[in-house]
Design a binder for this molecule. Structure first.
Ligand SMILES: Nc1nc2c(ncn2[C@@H]2O[C@H](COP(=O)(O)OP(=O)(O)OP(=O)(O)O)[C@@H](O)[C@H]2O)c(=O)[nH]1
Ligand SMILES: [Mg+2]
Length: 201
């Protein structure tokens, strides 16, 4: 089911600007241009809730949306965008890590990885960091419509192998915001995490 209501709440340039902790939240993270914003629009069932673009680095703050009056969806800026200055990237690293470690209502990080490529060093570092810090997350492979069925199986197997090598057990899903494959699975995963760990309620 797509969302019934989805409203923009605020754009937080830093961790201290996040809204008061009231609802469970699910955050989307991944390399710049991996398809986070497109995935969010597909999951929520809105064509333009979140801006998408061919120009990487479009999302520069933590963007909060309230979904069905029930949970917060957070669109994070992509990591690894070369044209953002090193100092700006470092600041973001600090802000987002502070957020991941300290936000009490954070239920799940959706870690997006492009299904067409082996996870890159930045993806591996990020996923390993999430695992080491015991932050609940899932790996969601994006842009599956761009590869063959055979390559999709390879991408899934590769992601599972990577996690096994890191000794991390988390769900892995394959999606396309274009064909909508796997989008219902992401919705179900989110519903599970929103409904079942009720520490903020
Ligand atoms: N074919 C195809 N293209 C996609 C898919 N998802 C995203 N794209 C395209 O990939 C580009 C980047 O998508 P965005 O959703 O803006 O990516 P993002 O991760 O939010 O990027 P930043 O906000 O810059 O970090 C856009 O041109 C999208 O149309 C998909 O599932 N299939
Ligand atoms: Mg984006």
């Amino acid at each position: 089911m797509s969302a019934t209501t989805a409203e923009f709440v605020l754009s937080a340039p830093a961790y201290r600007d996040c809204p008061a902790v009231t609802l469970p939240e699910i955050c989307f993270a991944g390399r710049s241009n991996v398809g986070k914003s497109s995935l969010i629009n597909a999951v929520v069932g809105r064509k333009k809730l979140v801006k998408t673009s061919n120009v990487p680095g479009k999302t520069r703050a933590m963007n909060y949306f309230r979904i069905d009056e029930r949970w917060f969806l957070v669109d994070l800026p992509g990591y690894g965008y070369a044209k953002v200055s090193k100092s700006e990237r470092d600041r973001w690293d600090t802000e987002t890590r502070t957020y991941f470690r300290n936000r009490p209502s954070l239920r799940l990080v959706i870690s997006c990885v492009d299904a067409r490529h082996e996870p890159q060093k930045l993806d591996l570092d990020f996923i390993f960091w999430l695992g080491s810090n015991a932050i609940p997350f899932a790996v969601v492979l994006t842009k599956a419509d761009k590869i063959s069925a055979n390559q999709r199986q390879k991408a899934l197997a590769g992601a599972r192998r990577m996690l096994k090598n890191m000794n991390i057990e988390v769900p892995v899903l394959l999606t396309s915001s274009e064909s909508k494959d796997g989008i219902d699975d992401v919705r179900e995963l989110i519903a599970d995490f929103v409904e079942h760990n009720n520490d903020t309620e």
